[in-house]
Design a protein. Structure first.
Length: 106
């Protein structure tokens, strides 16, 4: 199986999980502490938006980015504070998502 096929298969599985579990939470603009594997729900939404160009995924990821910018708790120096365990990892993942959204979706 090629790497591309593996990624597509993983995305299909995660899409099913997203549609069944995570979509409701993501729509409410709340952060899921544990979503899929290592908080990659929003990375999957970015990829699905790029691949399918469906408005439903675009709206969800835009809502997440808006939440991060406007409502997410921040440290006194402005770092996104998503969880006390892996603070820098979460902030870096959020920054990557925001960069991808800004570069590829708008």
């Amino acid at each position: 199986m090629t790497k591309c096929c593996t990624v597509v298969t993983i995305l299909k599985v995660k899409l099913k999980i997203l549609e069944n579990k995570g979509a409701e939470t993501a729509t409410n603009n709340t952060i899921m502490k544990v979503a899929l594997c290592n908080n990659d729900l929003h990375h999957v939404q970015v990829l699905l938006t790029k691949l399918t160009n469906k408005q439903q995924y675009r709206d969800k990821i835009k809502g997440y980015v808006d939440y991060l910018i406007n409502n997410q708790q921040k440290t006194p120096k402005g770092l996104l504070f998503i969880d006390m365990w892996g603070t820098l990892r979460h902030a870096a993942n959020a920054a990557l998502i925001m960069l991808q959204v800004n570069t590829h979706l708008y």
